[in-house]
Design a protein around this ligand. Structure first.
Ligand code: UD2
Length: 311
């Protein structure tokens, strides 16, 4: 059994990661300030004896180091972040504080208190708008948002600390994650969470553009398992890996699955393509398999079916 500290534990990916760690028999300490996370996401975990929760801000001076010094985890999974690409454009200072400086605080807390491994929530946003598909870890990185830049900088900060001070660092470049507990609140929330809410309430959906755009949609259950493996698998070396399926799914295919489940839903409306959108995104998944033994297992069809049935 390992003891893992999860920052951003009450978030979408964080809460599924906590559940997965607990199910695998590990002890988990969760940290979240509920800026975007929700206590309800931790309903099951809070009833588990191997889970302890601390409400707090990972970026508050001294807070994380004090917690790490007290609970002495074997590994930290650092998921706390400013999660909206859009918000990083309207508030780059906050993006820097939460997505760059906070990462440095995690690296330092780990160094000071002998944490052996850090797993970091990076993003396909580090690649920017490139047409060199599938995106490999070696593909040129050209972030086109403060968010993507912060994720790339954070990878370097953590890997530098890891190399200098002997910690294992795994940077996980998540592609388009979907599944239960994803917040559909903003127009820039993940498209599947928006569609799910609208179909559920009997409303039709709007596709921006012709619907032929594709994404590498990966189930949050697969992402949580990738985090579990990166934090606890034996003999893992430091590095960066795409966390993706290697399969491209178009929005028309996504809507097709919803439409089968909601045959009485209003017809899809097509609007103008969203400004700044990329047409395609697709990752190469081989590296995560080689480094962690991770392969995505949940198809979009299966994952959407579960989301639609259980919410
Ligand atoms: C990512 C960010 C988004 C924004 C964008 C900038 C996430 C989840 N999203 O978007 O915040 O910064 O990058 O490039 O990280 N769509 C519709 N109808 C809707 C909502 C979305 O057709 O109601 C389309 C959207 O125009 C896009 C596709 O669905 O073509 C996927 O959208 P997304 O926001 O889920 O993901 P992405 O990677 O485009």
């Amino acid at each position: 059994m390992a003891h893992v500290l999860v920052t951003g534990a009450a978030g979408f990916i964080g809460s599924h990661t906590v559940d997965r760690l607990l199910a695998a028999g590990h002890a988990v300490t969760g940290l979240d300030n509920f800026r975007t996370g929700r206590r309800a996401n931790l309903a099951a975990a809070l009833a588990a004896p191997r889970f302890a929760f601390h409400e707090g801000d990972v970026a508050a001076p001294g807070a994380l180091a004090a917690l790490v010094g007290t609970v002495r985890p074997d590994a930290v999974i650092h998921l706390a972040a400013l999660v909206s690409v859009q918000e990083s454009m309207t508030d780059p200072d906050l993006n820097y504080a939460l997505n760059v400086h906070a990462t440095h605080l995690v690296a330092e807390a780990a160094r000071l208190h002998g944490v052996r491994r850090i797993v970091f929530a990076s993003s396909a946003a580090v690649y920017g708008d490139t047409a060199d598909f599938p995106l490999r870890e070696t593909t040129e990185k050209s972030p086109i948002s403060p968010y993507g830049a912060a994720k790339l900088a954070s990878e370097a900060i953590l890997l530098g600390h890891g190399a200098a001070f002997g910690l294992t660092v795994r940077c996980q470049r998540y592609f388009n994650v979907f599944g239960p507990r994803q917040d559909p609140a903003s127009p820039y929330s993940g498209v599947i969470s928006i569609f799910d809410r609208r179909y559920r309430s009997g409303q039709g959906v709007t596709i921006y553009g012709d619907g032929q755009q594709t994404r590498d949609f990966i189930s949050v259950h697969d992402v949580a398992r990738a985090n579990l493996l990166a934090a606890t698998a034996p003999a893992v070396a430091s590095g960066v890996a795409n966390i993706c399926t290697g399969r491209a799914t178009s929005l028309l295919e996504v809507v097709g699955v919803f439409a089968r489940h909601y045959p009485a839903a209003p017809a899809v409306v097509h609007g103008a393509p969203r400004t700044g959108d990329i047409l395609h995104s697709l990752g190469a998944p081989a590296h995560a398999d080689a480094a962690l033994g991770f392969r995505a297992e949940v198809s979009v069809e299966t994952g959407l079916g579960e989301l639609i049935r259980t919410g």
